[in-house]
Structures are given as C-alpha cells and as structure tokens.
Design a protein around this ligand. Structure first.
Ligand code: FAD
Ligand code: NAP
Length: 327
C-alpha cells in the first residue's frame, strides 16, 4: 500500500494469528476481498514456540512453519495480507475507520478483531530494568543466549512448562518456580517436566525481585519468597523467563465494544458478534477459557461467516431515502 493513501474494503481483519488467517480464508472464499493487517507479530503467538502437537492433521509441526502455511493459504484464496499495524480504530460510525502506523487509512464495511493476546509480566521495577538483558517472556527467542548457564522460569501453565523444557536444550539447569504446589499445565507436559534431569521445581514460591549487575547490565539471581513460611532466598540464574499467562490485546477497542473478564472482548454466546453491529471478534482476544490455536481458528471461521451474513443483510436492506428539499 502507498503511504498516506486511503483504502476501502468490505472486510477488514486485524491480526494474523490462527483466528485472523482462518477468517481471511473464509472471507476470501465468500468473495469479500478481505484486507488483513498482520500487526507487529506476523503469525501471532505460535511464531514464538517450537513443536505444536495438537493441531489436527499434524502430530508435530513447528509453530512458525504452521503460521507460514496459514498465511500462504489466506493469500492463495485471494486475501490481501498487509505488513502494518493498526494504531487507531474508530468504530463510532460506518464505514469503520482504521489508521495504520504507515500512515495508511483503511475504511471498512465490516471488521473482524483478531488481535489475540500478549504475555503478562510480574510488574516488578527490576523485571522492567533487566528486560532484554536477562529477563524474557520468550524462550524460543532468547533461550540460545543461555548455553551452559542456569535459568529460572516462573509460572505453572502450559507455557511455563514448555518454556522450561525448551530451555533444557541450552541451559545447564532450569528451575521452575510456581506459586502453588500443583501445575495447571497438561498432564503429558507435567510428566515430561518431572522426568527431566536438568529441571528442578520450586513449589509455593513467588519472585520478589530480579537481581543483577549494572555494568554490563545482566541478571545474576532472582529473590524468591516462600508463600507458606515467608522465608526469603536467592536463586542464582543468568536468565529469568516470565511465563505467567497472557492478557487480551484489546487496547484498540477499549471503550468502544463491551468487554468482560479482564478486558476480553465480549461476543454473543455461541457467535462472534460484538456489541457494535458489523464488528466481529475471534480467538484469544475473546476467550479466557480455551485459548488454543484450533479454537481460535474455529472462531475465525465463525467470524467470517457472521460477517458475510451481516454484510449480505445490509446489502438487501433498502438504501436510506435521499433527503428531500423542505417545503
Ligand atoms: P494471536 O496468535 O495472539 O495473534 C494475534 C495477532 O494480532 C498477531 O498477529 C498480532 O500481530 C496481531 N495484532 C495485535 N494487535 C494488532 C494491531 N493493533 N494491528 C494489527 N495487528 C495486531 N495453542 C495450541 O493450540 N497449541 C500449542 O502448542 C500452543 N503453544 C503455545 C506456545 C506459546 C509459547 C504460546 C504463547 C501460546 C501457545 N498456544 C498454543 C496458544 C495459541 O498460540 C493461541 O491460542 C493462538 O495463537 C491465538 O490465536 P489468535 O489468532 O487469537 O491470536
Ligand atoms: P495460564 O494457563 O493462564 O497459566 C498461567 C500460570 O502463571 C498459572 O500457573 C498461574 O498460576 C501463574 N501466574 C499467573 N499470574 C502469576 C503471578 N503474578 N505470579 C506468579 N505466577 C502467576 O497461561 P499460559 O500457560 O500462558 O497458557 C495460556 C493458554 O495458552 C492456555 O489456554 C494454554 O492451554 C494455551 N497453551 C497451550 C499450549 C499447548 O497446547 N501445548 C502451550 C502453551 C499455551 P496459578 O496456576 O496459580 O493460577
């Protein structure tokens, strides 16, 4: 697209995870010529993982490769995929209006929100200080830097366990710290974790501070507190990986569509309609329960079908009468 231009589309899809690309496949096949804006993470969350073992049809596939296939599929069906990021979105009037970072303006008859979720952080000042210098939320991106070093992962879900397992490829020791005495990760992953000789689990502990050197900036340990006894101790590490879950990326539509449960976009039960007619939402942005690639893809399909139906209804309604001159 040309910088500063204005484009109109029947269907604008925001986000390039499984929800966005699936919506694009269905939208293109419905001849809606959808425009999909990828955002700063083309391919979404699965691009920061390695093996995906629960995508139907593939007993094992690499996350980035799966997302490349989805993008190619969307393009092959006729969707236009744009490497840009939507900076603002105005849903107060139709056509809806999106301004992208490149300076392009996009207007759309219908919008599918598929902006997914982003990693949560502990919110510690020391975590902020060492981000990119020993503190990370992505083992696949940064694990390589910790070859032969000790690392700590915090969290008890699938992400934390997968990150810990992945880090064993590089680190000499991985300590998983969890605030309770049981994990919420899938049993198959727990089993792999407990059997791994390089992994130790520190139960019932929270991280209070990231400790490190100033010159060069780098992590040396995390200060932990036993949630039962209150005892404080330090766990030495060169890398600290935060894997405490994800929050919906709903800032773009804050105050414009109804939300619930920690800013997840609310959709009609069993559907994808948001509180604004013509605006649909799919995937992790809406889902605080399942948050899987396959459920996001399923919702992307539903959103495109809902959008197609809604657009057809609009087209079949009589055009508003031209204003008549008074008197
Ligand atoms: P996401 O994948 O989160 O994609 C969101 C998209 O929106 C991104 O492309 C982003 O660039 C875009 N975006 C955001 N804001 C804007 C904006 N303003 N303008 C334009 N674009 C924007 N699930 C599984 O089923 N199996 C697994 O093995 C698995 N492994 C995982 C491993 C990790 C490390 C993580 C973090 C998650 C994993 N998940 C897994 C969960 C799965 O990745 C998500 O459920 C799924 O990716 C959600 O898809 P989505 O399309 O809703 O959004
Ligand atoms: P999650 O399931 O929400 O787990 C977050 C974990 O972090 C929980 O164990 C939670 O503890 C802990 N936690 C939350 N806030 C914390 C804090 N402030 N301090 C310390 N610990 C904190 O998140 P996730 O693991 O990122 O998974 C998100 C979704 O993606 C899930 O639906 C998951 O199934 C999916 N996913 C799937 C796969 C896969 O299928 N292989 C892989 C990765 C992710 P509590 O347990 O005490 O609440």
């Amino acid at each position: 697209m040309i910088m500063g231009e204005t484009r109109h589309t029947r269907l604008l899809i925001i986000g390039s995870g499984p929800a966005g690309y699936t919506a694009a496949v269905y939208g293109a096949r419905a001849m809606l010529n959808p425009l999909l804006v990828q955002g700063i993470q083309p391919g979404g969350q699965l691009t920061i993982t390695t093996e995906v073992e629960n995508w139907p049809g593939d007993s094992e596939v690499q996350g980035p490769a799966l997302m490349e296939r989805m993008e190619a599929h969307a393009r092959a069906m006729g969707a236009e995929v744009i490497a840009d990021h939507v900076a603002t979105l105005d849903l107060s009037a139709r056509p809806f209006r999106a301004e992208a970072d490149s300076g392009t303006t996009m207007t759309a008859d219908a919008v599918i929100l598929a902006t997914g979720a982003q990693a949560k952080w502990l919110g510690l000042p020391s975590e902020e200080k060492f981000k990119g210098f020993g503190v990370s939320a992505c083992a696949t991106c940064d694990g390589f830097f910790y070859r032969g070093r000790e690392v700590v992962v915090i969290g008890g879900g699938n992400t934390a366990v997968e990150e810990a397992l992945f880090l064993t490829n590089f680190a000499s020791k991985v300590t998983l710290i969890h605030r309770r005495d049981s994990l919420r990760a899938e049993k198959i992953l727990q089993d792999r974790l407990f059997r791994h000789p390089k992994i130790a689990v520190l139960w019932n502990h929270g991280v209070e501070e990231v400790l490190g050197d100033a010159d060069p900036l780098g992590v040396t340990a995390v200060r932990v507190r036993d949630v039962m006894s209150g005892a404080v101790s330090d766990v030495p590490c060169a890398g600290f990986f935060v894997a405490i879950g994800h929050a919906p990326a709903s800032e773009l539509v804050q105050g414009q569509v109804e939300m619930h449960h920690g800013n997840y976009v609310k959709v009609k039960p069993g559907g994808t309609e948001t509180s604004v007619p013509g605006v649909f939402a799919a995937g992790d942005l809406t889902d605080h329960v399942y948050r899987q690639a396959v459920t996001s893809a399923g919702m992307g399909c539903m959103a495109a079908l809902d959008a197609e139906r809604w657009l057809a209804e609009q087209a079949s309604q009589p055009a508003p009468a031209e204003p008549q001159p008074m008197g």
